[in-house]
Structures are given as C-alpha cells and as structure tokens.
Design a protein around this ligand. Sequence first.
Ligand code: NAX
Length: 327
Amino acid sequence: SKSPVRVAVTGAAGQIGYSLLFRIASGEMLGKDQPVILQLLDLPQAQNACKGVMMELEDCAFPLLAGMFATDDPNVAFKDADVCLLVGARPRSKGMERADLLTANGAIFTVQGKAIAENAKEDVKVLVVGNPCNTNAYIAAAAAKKVGRTNPANYHGMLRLDHNRALSQLAAKTGRDVASLKQLVVWGNHSPTMYADYRFCTSNGDSVKALVNDAVWNNDVFLPTVGKRGAAIIEARGLSSAASAANAAIDHVRDWVLGSDEWVTMGVPSDGSYGIPEGIVFGFPCECKDGGYKIIQGLEIDAYSQEKIAITLKELTDEADAVKGML
Ligand code: NAX
C-alpha cells in the first residue's frame, strides 16, 4: 500500500476546516487508496476546538487516516508536509480598512510562507483559501522564495469556488448538465472583480456563448451574481460559504495532484502569460498533469475581456503595492 501523504491544514478549528478535514480523511482529495496524515494548525485559543475535531475524526474510523496532530506552531504543522491548505486568516473586523486587513494578513502569511519553505517537502503544493487569498498566496510565495528549497510556482490562491459558482449559473441558464460544461475560465482575483469568461466554454460540442446569446445577461446578471455570491450566502445563511469553499479546495488540490483532462481555473503566480506581471497570483485557465500544471496559452482576449481583466489586475497590483514593505 502507498505511504501516507502529509496534509497541513491551517484554521483547522474554523468552519471551512470542519467541512474539509473529514473529506480529506475519507480520500476525496488525494484518492481512495491514499493514506493521509493530518497536521492541524490553529491559534492557541483554538487548540481545544481542534481537539474536539480530532475526536470526531477518530470517531469516523477512516481507514485512510494514518495519523493526525494539532499545534499552534507553524514549524511543527508544516513539517514534511506534501500539501498545505492555508485556510486560517485574519477576518475583517468592524471599521477595519482594507490596508489594515492586508497588513494583518501579511504578518500571518510571511510567517507561514517561511515556515513552509523551511519545513515542508521541497515539492510541497500550497493552496491559500484565507482571504484575500490571491495576495496572501503572493506574500507566502515571496517569503518562501527568500528561503529557497520550495517552488514559488506552487503557491496558489483559490479561484475554484468562483469557477464552480460560474459553472452552476451557466448550467441553469443553458439548461445543460453542469458536467457537460468545459473550458470555462475565471480570470483574476477572488473578489467581486473576478472575470468569469465563457467565450471558450462548450457543452457537448456546442458553444455556450451561442447558447446563452445574451450580452446583457452576461454583464448585468451573470458576472454580478458570481462576483457577489459570497455576500449573498452571508446574507442568507448568516455565515460565510464554508462547505462550498471546502469542496472547491478539494477540487483544486485533487486536480493538481491527480491530474485533470479539463481546463480548471487556478490562482497561480503569473509567468507573464496574457500580460499579467510576473508573480501576481491570478486566476488562469490551467491544465494539470503528472502533479504539475500549465497555463493554457493563446486564448484571444477581446476588448470587453481586456477591460475586465485590467480591472481585476489593477486590484491585485494595488494589493501587491500595499504589502510591498513587508516582503
Ligand atoms: P472561521 O473564522 O470559521 O475559521 C478561521 C480559523 O482560522 C479559526 O479557527 C481561527 O482561529 C484560525 N486562524 C486565524 N488566524 C490563524 C493563524 N494565523 N494561523 C492559524 N489559524 C488561524 O473562518 P472560515 O469560514 O473557516 O473561513 C476561513 C477563511 O476562508 C476566511 O479568510 C475566509 O474569508 C476565506 N474564504 C475564502 C474563500 C475563497 O473562495 N477563497 C471562500 C470562503 C471563505 O470566505
């Protein structure tokens, strides 16, 4: 049988953690034949809650769960990790400015990026879920780069929830099965500025753009619905998206590790593709194979798309500027 893979999860006592850990332990992320060891990181005041989560994990008697521990020390949590899911982050409190939020998270993700680079496996795969996830991933990658060892291209931000949200909206609009929809892209930042782009999307060989055939719906309904979905969930549920965010994290890592025949949207450090400045963590269409990923090249960017991409990019370069002093 396979030797266990070490998965570190931060913010393990939080609501996304509660939806995530059980699915990882049951094999939904890395495969039904892949044992896992869970390495949970959370703040000192959340250690008791982590204990409770571990008791429940025990009580599931998952055959694939080969071990687990909880800690408040990033150096311990990331030790020999193969996959790191960075879910814990500083939420925006009342009256907190965006700049304060960025620096508060900058402090967390410089520490964690360094701890990962110093302790995890050299080929570690890192997915940042905690918001602002693109810039947090950018910060972690920058901190990791100073240490060396790990691959800066393996520090990702999560755009998959936006991708999945867009897929469901398109399935409802076209009346097609969600599974039939291929080649969707969500460009940019995990924020309301993201640009979900179905110009290349097909359903059983038919163009989804032609099926929709409604530029007003695209601009006035589809993009705002996907972009503001997080806020709509908070409004309805009284809590932010958790199970769907955990599901998206599992999708992202599963496709990255096990490969995917389809395009998937990943927030990855730009290599300069599509004119996005190098290093900016940006939603791109990607192909995953042999444990790696490649940005799909050569897609035509029309004037409307150029404008949308410029808006979401501007937000990210502003965020990068705001944290420059910390890197
Ligand atoms: P919760 O507040 O339920 O849980 C967060 C957990 O993180 C808490 O247990 C807290 O103690 C812990 N934590 C805080 N700082 C930490 C640190 N420095 N090290 C380790 N643990 C730390 O939040 P939850 O609903 O689970 O959301 C977690 C994060 O995901 C938030 O930043 C949220 O904004 C973000 N989201 C990202 C999404 C995405 O698509 N990228 C969608 C869902 C979600 O909004």
